[in-house]
Design a protein around this ligand. Structure first.
Ligand code: ZN
Length: 137
């Protein structure tokens, strides 16, 4: 996997003095080169790529839709690559370990009776729907 950044002028006319003075940063776009498993190297812009970052490690994944085959490509990336993508202006969101009720260390072990109860519970659509509804949204 490799990524390469370079600035590409959005339009040929942007090379004029007027283009340079007007709205700094608006005239050019960062081109991101990434690799599609089917098509090989493809060129993307920052709006084509989305990044998900782990709040704990700073590592994450980036994803894009291949402009050639339309496949969605998702790749894991080390922190420095993620940082590069974000600094280039790629949209990102973060995720962390979900906040759940802590496990009770004194609770009895999960046994076969519990498994059977759980099996019966899963067979009851109304009970499952009710339990899902009770989760915080
Ligand atoms: Zn492709």
């Amino acid at each position: 996997m490799w990524l390469n950044f370079r600035h590409a002028l959005k339009s040929a006319g942007a090379a004029s003095d007027q283009g340079k003075d007007n709205g700094e940063g608006h005239g050019d776009m960062t081109t991101i080169r990434a690799t599609c498993g089917t098509c090989g190297d493809v060129e993307l812009t920052t709006i084509d790529v989305q990044v998900m970052i782990s709040e704990e490690s700073g590592e994450g994944t980036y994803s894009f839709r291949c402009p050639h085959c339309q496949d969605v490509v998702v790749k894991g990336s080390p922190r420095h690559t993620i940082d590069l993508l974000v600094s280039a202006g790629v949209r990102y969101s973060t995720w962390g370990t979900p906040v759940e009720a802590p496990l009770d260390p004194m609770a009895p072990a999960f046994d076969y009776d519990d498994l059977l109860s759980f099996h019966a519970f899963l067979a009851d659509d109304a009970a499952v729907a009710g339990a899902l509804d009770s989760l915080p949204h």
